[in-house]
Ligand binder design. Structure first.
Ligand code: NAD
Ligand code: WQD
Length: 350
């Protein structure tokens, strides 16, 4: 049985991944400051877990900041003392708002870059050298080409994306400077949406989320009057921007497959897209959501959003060929599970 440290494990993607880790029989150690999440998400992960017949691993949680060397050392020491040393780390902890990163650039650097440096230092001290890092498709920036392949030019257009690229570069450095003794995967997520089908866990940020899917849910539940579509004159199939929406459970399962790959293969460093490879426009997303959930989503067209891109779709062939993974849930399932979560938890965990 493996023991995995999950930084940011109470968050949206983290909580779904913790659930999958438990299902695989791993022990999960969570470090989270709850700056953008609630401890309740972990209670809910345990609740889903308890409802299953099979016996699973256990969760140990720590409240703390990934920039704090002391708490990290305590976590690794506690694990050693209990006889379950930490075998690998999934590093979700970080700040992710594009807008906030423009007004709080230094904070984003500090949390996302220094946080990762601190983690690496402690992992090295405890000879724990398997790491999966949450990167983002945003690091491709303004590419003329879609679908996006991992070896395309990286050119983030916002401070948030710059921190993700800086961490990818930092980790590559670590890999070569430590003579290829690490196994490191950067996972570049596209647009994760949806929720676990139980409706017990889902996206519940403290920072108001201005992404399209949570806004659709807000309109639907009655918190917002309508969606503003940022531009109808993009060079796309219907004039609205195209994205690669991917079910959060598929993203979570991707982490399990990548970890298994890292444990079973020799040390290596790679970056990998996690997306479906299918592009959906804003109008298509709204229309599918309406059809699946039998609701109406009013919308108006407005100006283009600064820094937006026409199309961001993954070429996921590297993931499909390298790890034992493929996305299993289509856009209809994403819309159904997302709405189920919202209906059952109109205020999230707050
Ligand atoms: P989230 O905000 O729900 O989860 C992040 C978690 O990290 C939260 O629980 C938060 O409280 C915690 N955290 C933040 N700073 C911390 C710190 N200094 N110390 C300890 N804990 C801290 O976000 P998410 O959507 O689950 O994203 C997880 C990761 O994936 C992030 O690194 C994000 O940048 C990346 N990512 C997300 C998306 C997306 O669309 N959701 C896309 C690409 C990449
Ligand atoms: C999707 C589409 C908008 C809101 C962001 C981050 C990225 C990653 C995923 C973390 C776009 C349109 C949106 C609205 C709209 N996160 N839209 N009206 O921008 O693709 O990616 O989340 O790493 O880094 O940038 O996602 O959901 O904001 O936008 O018309 O009110 O919806 O123009 O085409 P985005 P999004």
């Amino acid at each position: 049985m493996k023991t995995i440290l999950v930084t940011g494990g109470a968050g949206f993607i983290g909580s779904h991944t913790c659930f999958c880790l438990l299902e695989k029989g791993s022990n999960v150690v969570i470090l989270d400051s709850y700056i953008n999440s609630y401890p309740k998400s972990i209670d809910r992960v345990l609740k889903i877990n308890r409802s299953k017949e099979r016996k699973y691993g256990k969760i140990i949680r720590y409240l703390g900041d990934v920039r704090d060397t002391k708490i990290l050392i305590t976590i690794f020491n506690d694990a050693l003392d209990s006889g379950n040393m930490i075998d690998g780390v999934i590093h979700f902890a970080g700040l992710k708002s594009v807008n906030q990163s423009i007004t709080h650039k230094e904070l984003y650097k500090d949390v996302n870059i220094r946080g990762t440096k601190t983690l690496i230092k402690v992992m090295r001290e405890f000879n724990c050298k398997k790491l999966v890092f949450s990167s983002s498709a945003t690091i491709y920036g303004n590419s003329d080409y879609s679908p996006l392949k991992e070896d395309f030019e990286l050119n983030p257009i916002n401070p948030y994306g710059e921190t993700k690229l800086a961490v990818e570069e930092l980790l590559e450095d670590v890999f070569y400077k430590d003579l290829k003794t690490w196994s490191i995967a950067n996972l570049r997520y596209f647009n994760p949406i949806g929720a676990h089908q139980s409706g017990l866990i889902g996206d519940s940020p403290k920072e108001f989320n201005k992404n399209i899917f949570p806004l659709i849910l807000d309109v639907c539940i009655g918190n917002l009057n309508r969606i503003q579509i940022f531009g109808g004159d993009w060079p796309t199939k219907d004039g609205t921007p195209v994205r690669d929406y991917v079910h959060v459970m598929d993203i979570a399962e991707g982490h399990i497959c990548v970890l298994e790959y890292l444990f079973e293969n020799q040390q290596q460093f790679f970056s990998m897209n996690l997306g479906t490879g299918e592009g959906t426009s804003v109008l298509e997303l709204i229309s599918i959501f309406e059809d699946v959930n039998k609701v109406k989503i009013p919308y108006v067209f407005s100006e283009r959003r600064k820094g937006d891109l026409a199309s961001l779709v993954a070429d996921n062939s590297f993931a499909l060929s390298k790890i034992d993974w493929k996305p299993k849930r289509d856009l209809r399932k994403m819309c159904k599970d997302g709405w189920n979560w919202k209906l059952l938890n109109p205020d999230g965990f707050s």
